[in-house]
Design a protein around this ligand. Structure first.
Ligand SMILES: Nc1ncnc2c1ncn2[C@@H]1O[C@H](COP(=O)(O)OP(=O)(O)OP(=O)(O)O)[C@@H](O)[C@H]1O
Length: 376
C-alpha cells in the first residue's frame, strides 16, 4: 500500500534491451523516504538497471515508475530530484575539488556567492573542508569518493543513488567509508539507494535490503529478516554461510531430516512436502555425541581466530558446517545440538509473491491460533 512516505514505487516494471529476454522481469517494490536501501545481488542481476531507471537514464519497457505518487516514466533525468554517485566517481580531472562540486550549480547559473556557500556546506558534510583548491589528481581514493558524494548532495536531491561506490577502495578504507556513508545518510535524512554485490556491506549498512537474482527481487526486508529468515536457497546461500539439507514437513512445527524428526517453529506447508532446511553454523552447538540432536563425524577443522570452523558429516551423509569456540578432533564423533528456532524451513524457489500468498492463505485458515509462528 502506498502512502505519503513512499518516494519511489515500481509497478510491474520490465526492462528489455532490444528484443532480448528481460533484464528486469515484472519487478514491483516501494522505497520509503529517508531510509538507507541496498540492492544486493550477483553480477548481472539487474541492480544498475534499477538505478538507471530511477535516475531516468532509460525508460522501462513495461510497467510504471512513480516518484512522490507521480508517474515519471517519461520525465528526463535532469528533471528528477535524483543524483547518482558512480563506481568510478566520474570526476573531472582538470577541475579542482571546488569546481568539481560546483559543476551542477554553475550549469543552473546560480549566483557565485550562493554557489560558494553551497559547495562549502557540501564539503563540510563529507569532512573535506579546506580541500577546495586541491586538484582531483592530488586526492586519495577515499577523498575522491567524498568529492563525488559532495558533488551529488550539493544539488539537494531527494534520493541519492550509489552504484558500487566503495568497490575501488581497499578493505580498511572501505570499512571506514561504510560508517561514513551510513552516518551521512542519517545526518542528511534523504533516501539512499546503494548497490553492492557484497553481502556483508549490505547487512552492515542498510535499513532495508532487496536481494536480486536474474532480474527479479527474491526477498526484501531488514538485514535481520533476511539473515534470519531467508526465503529460499538462493538468498540463504547468498547471505552468510548456511547449512542447507533436504527434508520433509511432517505436519506444522514438525520436520524430518537426516533420518530424524525435530520440533520447529514453521508451518504452512503441505503434509509430507519436500522442503529445504537451513541452519546457520553459529546456531549449531557442539556437544558430546549422546547429548546432541544429531551425531556427526568431524572431517576437517580450521582455526579462524575467534572460532573453529568444523566440517562434520551426520549418519545420513549430510555435511554440517559448525562454528564453535571449542576445539574438535578430526575423525571423532560429536553431537550437534540446536534450538527449534534455529531450524528455518524453506520451500525451494519460492518467490516473495508466492510466499506472501501462502502466508495469507495459511493465516486465513488459522485465525484462531494465538501462538506466533514463522509461517514459511
Ligand atoms: N545497454 C545494454 N544493452 C544490452 N544489455 C545490457 C545493457 N546494459 C546492461 N545489459 C545487461 O543487463 C544485465 C543486467 O545488467 P546490470 O548492469 O543491471 O547488472 P548489475 O546487477 O548491476 O551487475 P554488476 O554488478 O556486474 O554491475 C547484464 O546481463 C548486462 O549484460
Amino acid at each position: 500500500m502506498s502512502d505519503n512516505n513512499t518516494i519511489i514505487r515500481f509497478e510491474h516494471v520490465t526492462k528489455r534491451y532490444d528484443n532480448d529476454a528481460p533484464i528486469l522481469n515484472d519487478v514491483s517494490f516501494e522505497i520509503e523516504r529517508g531510509k538507507f536501501y541496498t540492492l544486493l545481488g550477483p553480477s548481472g542481476c539487474g541492480k544498475t538497471t534499477i538505478l538507471r531507471l530511477i535516475a531516468g537514464f532509460m525508460e522501462p519497457s513495461e510497467g510504471s515508475i512513480y516518484f512522490n505518487g507521480k508517474r515519471i516514466n517519461q520525465v528526463p533525468a535532469n528533471r528528477r530530484q535524483v543524483n547518482t554517485v558512480f563506481q568510478d566517481y566520474a570526476l573531472f580531472p582538470h577541475l579542482n575539488v571546488f569546481e568539481n562540486v560546483a559543476f551542477g550549480l554553475r550549469i543552473k547559473k546560480l549566483k557565485n556567492d550562493v554557489i560558494t556557500s553551497k559547495v562549502r556546506e557540501a564539503l563540510r558534510f563529507v569532512n573535506l573542508e579546506g580541500y577546495e583548491n586541491r586538484e582531483i589528481t592530488e586526492m586519495s581514493g577515499g577523498q575522491r569518493q567524498r568529492v563525488a558524494i559532495a558533488r551529488a548532495i550539493v544539488n539537494e536531491p531527494e534520493i541519492l543513488l550509489l552504484d558500487e561506490p566503495l568497490s575501488a577502495l581497499d578493505l580498511k578504507l572501505r570499512t571506514e567509508m561504510q560508517y561514513e556513508l551510513r552516518e551521512l545518510q542519517r545526518r542528511l535524512g534523504i533516501t539512499f539507494i546503494f548497490v553492492t554485490h557484497d553481502q556483508e556491506e549490505a547487512l552492515a549498512m542498510s535499513d532495508e535490503i532487496f536481494v536480486l537474482n536474474k532480474g527479479s527481487i527474491q526477498q526484501s526486508g531488514t538485514p535481520t529478516d533476511i539473515y534470519d529468515e531467508p526465503i529460499n536457497r538462493f538468498v540463504a546461500d547468498f547471505i552468510g554461510e548456511s547449512n542447507i539439507v533436504v527434508g520433509r514437513m511432517k505436519e506444522d512445527y514438525v520436520v524430518e531430516f537426516a533420518g530424524r524428526t525435530f520440533e520447529c517453529v514453521d508451518g504452512g506447508f503441505n503434509r509430507d512436502e519436500q522442503v529445504e532446511i537451513i541452519i546457520r553454523p553459529e546456531d549449531l552447538e557442539m556437544t558430546k555425541p549422546e547429548n546432541g540432536k544429531l551425531k556427526a563425524r568431524v572431517d576437517t577443522q580450521l582455526f579462524r581466530g575467534v572460532h573453529y570452523e568444523i566440517i562434520a558429516y551426520d549418519e545420513a551423509g549430510n555435511e554440517w558446517l559448525v562454528h564453535s569456540t571449542k576445539k574438535a578432533t578430526v575423525d571423532e564423533w560429536i553431537g550437534l545440538d540446536f534450538d527449534p528456532e534455529a531450524i528455518h524451513v524453506m520451500r525451494f524457489n519460492e518467490t516473495e509473491e508466492e510466499f506472501d500468498r501462502r502466508i495469507e492463505a495459511y493465516t486465513e485458515t488459522d485465525e484462531d491460533e494465538e501462538e506466533v509462528v514463522h509461517v514459511r
